[in-house]
Design a binder for this molecule. Structure first.
Ligand code: TRP
Length: 331
């Protein structure tokens, strides 16, 4: 029996942080042994909100790629590629745009939300409205079975399934209906207790040095009501504890809670344990990052080979699509 196909993408819109690591990359790595996986860097998607300044896009693409490899993606197992290297995504996108009612795109909740959130840019663009449709093309062009994403992406998967059905209705069964592969991830708090996000300036980046990570943890917020060392604390109110939940063993978490509620340990002690455990996860990543950062040719080879392999699948799909739509020549 052939393996089911998995596809997912990530935008190169900034440096990746430990939220991306536990929310996406580690999951991608787990899936690579079980499924036929395609993972790509969605550089065209990054342009939907950053069309006015592309000066850092190469740096961010490289950062995403290096972090994927550093987190354990193995190009021998999973196909890792760059969206803009596989032109079939664009061809399918234009064909799907013909059958997509505007209202479907206008009704995607992320459309209005993001437009309201991002106020420093004009997002009344054709490309931004089409964001979910480009995503649909990304998925359908590989005839993917599963799409591992966070809950925030569910509306995009829904519209992909609707477009898929509409296409199959008009032109005959061409695409399987993809399913979201929702994995429950703990929310990763940033250093200020809010969700870790580059727009909040509260991130621990995978590209941070050990010294920077240590400094960020040491100056991180804890339970605001625990002011003196002798005050008893409430771990639930401390983002440091929420990071322990992700990076520390059960036993260590229990000891941290006990120490906090009894004032048996101070916030510095608690942070030292977190630093130790976080370093245990990050050290092998830092080592592999160093390895790949020094080998730009290897990176180039990986992305070209991956894009070529992705192109084989997507061009096969496009042959079928053109046939289904009678766009396969004169005869
Ligand atoms: N929209 C996704 C995100 O922001 C990135 C993405 C683009 C994607 N194309 C995709 C994810 C296709 C899964 C499948 O996270």
């Amino acid at each position: 029996m052939s393996k089911k196909r998995v596809l997912s993408g990530i935008q190169p819109s900034g440096r990746l942080h430990i939220g991306n690591l536990v929310g996406a990359l580690q999951n991608w790595v787990r899936l690579q042994d079980q499924y036929e996986c395609y993972y790509f860097i969605a550089d065209w998607h990054a342009l939907t909100t950053r069309y006015d300044d592309t000066s850092r896009i190469k740096e961010f693409i490289k950062d995403v790629l290096v972090n994927c490899l550093a987190a354990g993606l193995d190009p021998e197992k999973a196909t890792v590629f760059l969206q803009s290297h596989v032109l079939e995504h664009a061809e399918l996108h234009v064909l799907l745009s013909m059958i997509t009612p505007l209202g479907w795109l206008e009704r995607v909740p992320t459309y209005k939300e993001k437009q309201e959130q991002i106020t420093d840019k004009d997002l009344n663009t054709y490309g931004f409205l089409g964001y979910p449709l480009l995503q649909s093309a990304d998925i359908l062009v590989y005839r993917a079975d599963y799409v591992p994403v966070g809950v925030d992406q569910v509306p995009h998967l829904e519209i992909t399934r609707e477009i898929c059905r509409r296409f199959n209705n008009f032109y005959g069964e061409t695409f399987p209906e993809p399913e979201a592969l929702l994995t429950e991830f703990p929310k990763v708090p940033g250093t200020d207790g809010r969700k870790m996000s580059k727009s909040y300036n509260n991130c621990i980046f995978l590209s941070d040095s050990p010294q920077e990570v240590e400094h960020k943890i040491k100056t991180m917020m804890t339970d605001p009501q625990r002011i003196k060392r002798t005050d008893k604390g409430d771990p639930e109110k401390s983002p440091v504890y929420h990071l322990h939940k992700i990076f520390s063993s059960r036993e260590e978490q229990d000891r941290i809670v006990e120490g906090c509620v009894t004032a048996g340990i101070g916030c510095i002690d608690c942070k030292k344990v977190l630093i130790k455990n976080l370093f245990a996860v990050l050290e092998p990543i830092w080592e592999r990052r160093r390895y790949f950062m020094e080998r730009p040719d290897t990176l180039e080879d990986i992305i070209s080979a991956g894009s070529k392999k992705a192109g084989e699948i997507s061009s096969e799909t496009m042959k079928q699509v053109r046939q289904a739509m009678n766009l396969d020549g004169l005869k």
